[in-house]
Each structure stands twice: as C-alpha cells, then as structure tokens.
Design a protein around this ligand. Structure first.
Ligand SMILES: [Zn+2]
Length: 410
C-alpha cells in the first residue's frame, strides 16, 4: 500500500503503542487537522471533505459525495473493500457528522478552531462532538489496509446533523439505492465510550385554543380559552401519570418510562376579559416501542369533547394541533451482530440507553442496525472550551484496535 504522498499528508504514529499523552495519540495529527477546518453548520463543510478525500486517495480509497441542493455541503461515503473485493455486503459503518455548533458569543480561552493540548485535555470546537471519533477511525485506515479486511469498512461523514439530522438522510438513501447492506453502523457521538443501544423518540406539538371574548361579568356569553386549555393540560398530566404507573418500562434509561409534559403556555390579556386565545406546547419523550401517534390521537379526542359546547356559544371557536418536531426512537437489540461486535471492542460491560437524539434512529429506520459509542461526554459538547480527555481518546483508540482485530484477516 502506498504511503501518504502529498505534502499535506499527516504522519501517523504506530497504532499498536498505547498513548499516554495527547501528542502520542495516533489520531492526534488528524484530530488537529479536522478541528482546524471550521465547519459550523451554517457554513460549508467542503474544505474538510476535500482534505479527507485527499487523505483517503493517498491510500487509493475513493469516496463519493452526496450534496445539498445548493452544493455548498455534502456527505462523504468511502469504502475500504474486503480483500476478496466485497464492497457492499456485511460491512461495518463508522459514522460521524462533520458539522459543529457555533462559537458566537461564547467565552473561549483558546482558539476554538485550533485543537489545543492543555494537560490531559484537548480543547477545541468539535473535539468531543464529534471530530475525534471520525479522526480516530480515519487514522486506522493504513493499518486496516495493511492487514487486509475480511469484510468492508465504510466511512459515513454527514453534514447538518446539528440542525436536525438533515444531511445524513440523503447519504442513507444513496447507500440503500446502491444496494449496500452493511452489517451495522457505529456512531461516535460522545457517550463516554459507553456502548449505547437505544435512545428515546421525541415528538412535540402546539395546541391552539380559540375561544370567544366577553366582559368577565358575562362569562356564559364567552368561551374561556384559558380554562379549556388548562383542562387539556391537566389531561396530558393524567396521561403522563398513567405512563409512569401503568406504562411500559425500560430500566436502562435514567427515566425508565415514556414522559409527557407541557413546557410553555400563553393565554388571555386581562382578568376582566374572558380570554379568546390560549396556546401551549407539549412534548412526548417516548420509549422506542411506545406509539406517539396514539398519544396524540388520544389528546385530540379529549380536546374535541369540548367543541360542541364551544360552538353553541360561538361557531368560530376551535382547537387545533400543530406538529412541531419529530425524531424517531431507536432500539438496537443487545443481540444484534453490531451490538455484539461493539461490545467486544469496548473495555467495559456498561451498556446504556440515552435520551438525546442522534442519526442512529435514521440508520436504524433504513434497516441498518446501529449503536452509539464515542469519546467524550455530552455535557462537554456545545460548550465554550469544549474538551475531551486524553483518556477518552485512548479508550477510543483501543476500541478501534479491537475492531481491527475483528474485521482484519491478519
Ligand atoms: Zn453530535
């Protein structure tokens, strides 16, 4: 296999030597490079992808891009073929998003777009969320090719994850259209290198109640939007209580049942006016196997019980529900092949489920079993002075080495 030939190529440390400090990490040169290319979601990520394409090309690995409509951003898909030439069947996907959240207004002590070593930590935008995982996977490329692969290894680098998991949907559609059927996918979102097999789904709605104004001395001539809204809010509370007391449970989550709550409510203008309008926002964070549609239908059915009395006073009254956001839940059973593989690559028995959403549910929805495991902690993501510890990165490198032992021929 050719050594990296371009002047831009990084020199890689020997991946068999465990790192004790940041600059001993075999992925450190690539972490520096990726963090040094700003890829805030509102801007292009093409410069970063150009660098990755060049790096892979040095190893004769071709990559394909799927662009957004404006061709300002793209996803990258690259395959290291198995030694028998297989590029499509039964491989492992290493997946990361390339975009990062903005730094505007945040008090940083270092240049956010320069990975900076401070003691046993590396600071920089994206070191945790989530360029270090992608960098570590890319740093393994020469090792994987030298030893030869028994099955393909794919890289999936997406755009616009931070603004709603937008880009990866095109990448997944493209992969499916090409008939590529990976065994599974590992997404390196920060889990503290804990293996995560599931996350809850989330759906949120706005309810709008239109009543009828009247002088508050004449309440029977009005329709009180605030009071009707509060009846519906109370019903959501009773449903939440039923989820808690009678619903399905999964003790692997911090909160082991589906939750519902109302986060915002606005209504009325003065105490002596029967209020015409009231709206409130509510959300459901549901176990992957609970049905959010059934919950929404139940709340609407309850609300519509008020309509006959409302219309009897004023025909233009109504109650409307608008869907605000939706992200499916995902649960890769512990018995899936990718879960078993990732478990074997990890150095702890700790398996968990999390409540934050990721691209995992979209891969999962396309029939690609997916687990989440990456260095750093979600608490350090999106913060000023975002950091990741050398220990976490060393654990990620160990994970990749064990993965290599399981996908390589020698
Ligand atoms: Zn992320």
């Amino acid at each position: 296999m050719n050594a990296p030939a371009t002047a831009d190529a990084v020199r890689l440390a020997d991946p068999s030597t465990p790192a004790r400090s940041a600059d001993e990490l075999f992925a450190w040169p690539i972490i520096r490079r990726l963090v040094g290319i700003p890829t805030v979601s509102r801007d292009s990520n093409l410069a970063l992808l150009d660098w990755v394409r060049g790096y892979l090309a040095d190893f004769e690995v071709t990559s394909t891009l799927t662009f957004n409509d404006e061709r300002t951003k793209a996803n990258l898909w690259a395959t290291l073929p198995a030694r028998d030439g297989n590029t499509t069947t039964g491989g492992v996907v290493l997946s990361g998003h390339t975009d990062v959240v903005p730094v505007d207004g945040q008090p940083w002590d270092t240049d956010p777009f320069e990975a900076t070593i401070r003691g046993d930590r590396i600071h920089g935008r994206g070191v945790t969320d989530m360029k270090s995982f992608s960098a570590t996977g890319l740093a393994m490329v020469p090792e994987l090719l030298r030893r030869g692969l028994g099955r393909p290894v794919h890289f999936a680098l997406s755009y616009d994850e931070e603004v709603g998991c937008i880009g990866v949907r095109r990448l997944i559609a493209d992969v499916s259209a090409k008939g590529i059927t990976p065994m599974g996918c590992i997404i390196g979102e920060p889990t503290g290198m804990r293996l995560v097999l599931a996350h809850k789904g989330k759906r949120s709605w706005r309810a709008r109640v239109r009543g009828h104004e009247a002088h508050s001395s004449l309440t029977p001539r009005g329709v009180n939007a605030v009071q009707i809204a509060c009846e519906i809010v109370s019903y959501i509370g009773r449903r939440a209580q039923a989820f808690r007391e009678e619903g399905a449970r999964d003790e692997a989550y911090d909160v082991p049942f589906t939750t519902a709550h109302v986060g915002v409510i606005h209504g009325g203008t003065a105490v002596n006016i029967v209020p015409r309008d009231c709206w409130f926002d509510f959300e459901l964070r549901h176990l992957p196997f609970d049905d959010p549609e059934a919950f929404a239908a139940d709340v609407e059915r309850f609300a519509h019980g008020f309509l006959a009395d409302m219309h009897a006073v004023a025909p233009d009254t109504f109650i409307a529900f608008d869907l605000l956001s939706t992200l499916p839940g995902m649960d890769t059973h512990g018995g899936s092949d990718i879960a078993k593989l990732a478990h074997a690559c990890n150095d702890g028995d700790d398996v968990g489920k999390v409540s934050f959403g990721t691209e995992a549910s979209l891969f999962h929805g396309a029939g690609i079993a997916t687990v989440i495991c990456g260095p750093g902690h979600i608490e350090q993501a999106h913060q000023p002075n975002e950091w990741v510890s050398v220990d976490q990165l060393a654990r990620c490198e160990s994970f990749m080495r064990r993965l290599a032992d399981r996908v390589c021929i020698v």
